[in-house]
Design a protein around this ligand. Structure first.
Ligand code: PLP
Length: 384
């Protein structure tokens, strides 16, 4: 038997790094939020194969838990392999066919991403305007429909760049359906934290990400389509431009057949199963309430300090609090101070609001009173 010891002998060129030890941050930015310890434990579960009968059972459970969380009976409800942009592109890239027109909002960063994806799908993009920091007005949406007759209408339910919640969802879906269009809702920063009722509000397609109000690492991203939307996808004349996100192919894996399409990110599916189990244990409506309560305390505390929220109360988004940076305060210096002194993450503004706001997340496992108390105390210190 060879005398080679199990101790490895590194060659001179092999990079050598210490064990992984990232700082222990409190995550109160726009995402990721803090991951629940039960989800982290779930992620250290040994793998089974992605076609193993036990994994097929786990897939069924994840789909059922996702339906509960989206408030839908849609059969077509899956975690897409990839980040929120993957479920976003799966929605837009499958629903929008070359020659289709998609109506997108201009009131935030992610409406712009919708437009880019629709263009790449071969669609023509038309816009409905509202300033950054305001929601869409149904009257403007109606006018845009009359002018452009779009086939698909996308809106962002919870705009992470502005801290604005889009109210009037049933009004918007009524307008779209009266014009025979399909509705795609971006629920990345709302699912599991802010009221969203896919079936009752008649949303045809909704997508999300796991790293916000579900408090799960990115990697498997929720998507749901009703039969009407799925019929459009399955009747397409031209294949979608992405093979990986082609829902007619993914149906083979997530539908009845359970046949190989790509190797599912098993650990991420374990993670989202545990995150969704936590949603079901808490109850979706209680979870929406908790976000309102805890973020309400955060908002009140910030206002007591003399700070101003960017969104008026009617459109305030509990999961993402956009706070106006006072004159003569350097937004980046405060962000750096909180990170360096307190290991606390918040974020700056994006796009039109860069330099004007801080973005303070209050999502999932990060939406706890102790996090809010910590944030308020450290913010007070930073501004002193
Ligand atoms: N849509 C919204 C509203 C988001 O906030 C994000 C990410 O923050 C995305 C889409 C894209 O998700 P991801 O960064 O996970 O790809």
């Amino acid at each position: 038997m060879s005398d080679r010891s199990l101790e490895t002998v590194a060659d001179d060129e092999a990079p050598q790094f210490g064990e992984l030890s990232p700082p222990n941050r409190t995550l109160m930015g726009p995402g990721p939020s803090e991951v629940h310890p039960r989800v982290l434990r779930g992620m250290s579960t040994p793998l089974v194969g992605h076609l193993d009968p036990s994994f097929v059972e786990i897939m069924n459970e994840v789909q059922e838990l996702l339906r509960y969380t989206f408030r839908t009976d849609n059969q077509w409800t899956i975690p897409v392999s990839g980040t929120g942009s993957a479920s976003m592109e799966a929605a837009i890239g499958n629903l929008v066919e070359p020659g289709d027109t998609m109506l997108v909002p201009t009131n935030g960063y992610f409406g712009g991403r919708m437009a880019s994806m629709a263009e790449r799908a071969g669609g023509e993009v038309v816009e409905v305007d509202a300033p950054w920091g305001e929601p869409l007005d149904p009257a403007d949406v109606e006018a845009a429909f009359d002018e452009h007759q779009p086939d698909v209408f996308g809106f962002v339910h919870a705009e992470t760049s502005t801290g604005v919640l889009q109210p009037h969802v049933p009004e918007l879906t009524d307008i779209a359906h009266a014009h025979d269009a399909y509705v795609i809702a971006d629920c990345v920063t709302s699912l599991g934290g802010v009221e969203m009722r896919v079936d009752e509000w008649d949303v045809d397609v909704a997508y999300s990400g796991p790293q916000k109000c579900l408090s799960c690492p990115p990697g498997a991203s929720p998507l749901t389509l009703n039969d009407r939307a799925m019929d459009k996808v399955l009747d397409r004349e031209e294949q979608p431009r992405s093979w990986y996100l082609d829902l007619s192919l993914l149906e083979g894996y997530w539908g009845d057949e359970r046949a190989y399409h790509h190797t599912a990110p098993i650990t991420n599916v374990y993670a989202i199963r545990e995150a969704l189990r936590l949603v079901a244990e808490e109850g979706i409506e209680s979870r929406w309430e908790r976000h309102l309560d805890v973020a309400g305390d955060l908002k009140a505390g910030l206002q007591d300090m003399g700070l101003e929220m960017n969104a008026p109360d009617e459109y305030w988004l509990p999961s993402l609090n956009a706070v106006r940076v006072p004159d003569a305060v350097d937004d980046a210096a405060v962000i750096d101070y909180l990170l360096e002194e307190y290991d606390l993450e918040i974020a700056s503004g994006l796009g039109d609001l860069a330099g004007d706001i801080w973005r303070i997340g209050c999502m999932g496992y990060s939406a706890r009173p102790q996090n809010v108390e910590f944030l308020l105390a450290t913010m007070e210190d930073a501004l002193a």
